[in-house]
Design a protein around this ligand. Sequence first.
Ligand SMILES: C[S@@+](CC[C@H](N)C(=O)[O-])C[C@H]1O[C@@H](n2cnc3c(N)ncnc32)[C@H](O)[C@@H]1O
Length: 380
Amino acid sequence: MKLEQVLHMIGGDGETNYASNSALQKTVISKAKPIVEKAILDLYCITFPKSLSIADLGCSSGPNTLMVISEIIDAVDRRCHHLNRPSPEFQVYLNDLPTNDFNAIFRSLPGFHEKLKKEKGRDFGPCYIVGVPGSFYGRLFPDKSLHFVHSSYSVHWLSQVPSILESENYIGLNKGHIYIAETSPPLVHKVYLEQFQKDFTLFLRSRSQELVPSGRMVLALVGRIDSNPISRWCGYIFELLAQALNDMVSQGIVEEAKADSFNMPVYLPSIQELRGVIEKEGSFHVDQLEIIELNWDQNHDDDNPNCVPDVMTSGNSIAKRIRAISESMLINHFGTAIIEDLFERFAAKIAGHLSKEKSKVSNLVISMIKKDEDRLVASF
Ligand SMILES: C[S@@+](CC[C@H](N)C(=O)[O-])C[C@H]1O[C@@H](n2cnc3c(N)ncnc32)[C@H](O)[C@@H]1O
């Protein structure tokens, strides 16, 4: 299954849409803000381009879509004021898969432009914003046309489930699971890792061709802080979803063969795995790498001892979050009839898990600089 034909976050205005269930992603964007600002200002203040080209890859559709773009524009505009220079023109490219709700983004643009005009005054910009439908696992932009690339919560999506897991002879290899789990055979981790290495290499190669020399890229993705592929924290959420599916199989609601052939097209890399691909591909220096650890439940505040969230409420809100991102794939594979039941069971599994242990998501934020080819050639 090619992910780009199926995957989309739930759009529209319903209770389960991505826009209402992306608070965790919003927190990651807020916490990564200093890294994004440093990267864009380092870049801008070297060359002061008259027109600054920025791409956000995997922008989705919701309150987060224009959040990073606003932060980047604010940072550059403030620096220009400080230096008493005119602000540059901003050329903004919002990319996602063609199945994304681009119409909702386009409808929000007049309000966004109005707000910019009010806040920044007449001398600002202008800011041109366009949508770019297509997979970031391949070229999206002309050679050396971008100054800055940003992507949040998107690069852990693979281009496809590792093909061996969908091939006739190997169906059932990961029986009872939908991602790498404790009892998955080692081959399962091997093929997931290989798919990630292949996809991420293509991602880096494509961006290195599109970025100007010394162009910058900041990526935030879910990952692992240890080398153990079976993360008790991040990947475990998929194990709970698998358990809910397994219960439905044993009750005859879901066909066993259908469950055996479903696997999630995501990979949560360790820091070493991420760095390994970047080093091997060779086009980027890593400037900064930060880990942001967040509770699965965004209502759970570690700093407030009086905050004891109800596990069932947490279970429901985490289940809705996972539903907003995975429903399109589940419907494609199992049909719509099982979805409500599946997510009710999943919410109860999460609640059961949270009543025993607290779980976190490890987010990796990595800031990279494109190597200067001229300098590379000169150093040979
Ligand atoms: C969880 S959303 C993150 C959206 C937003 N950046 C945020 O932080 O809230 C992940 C997005 O990545 C997109 N995506 C996944 N694979 C992609 C690919 N190969 N090319 C472009 N977009 C992709 C999905 O369609 C989805 O909209």
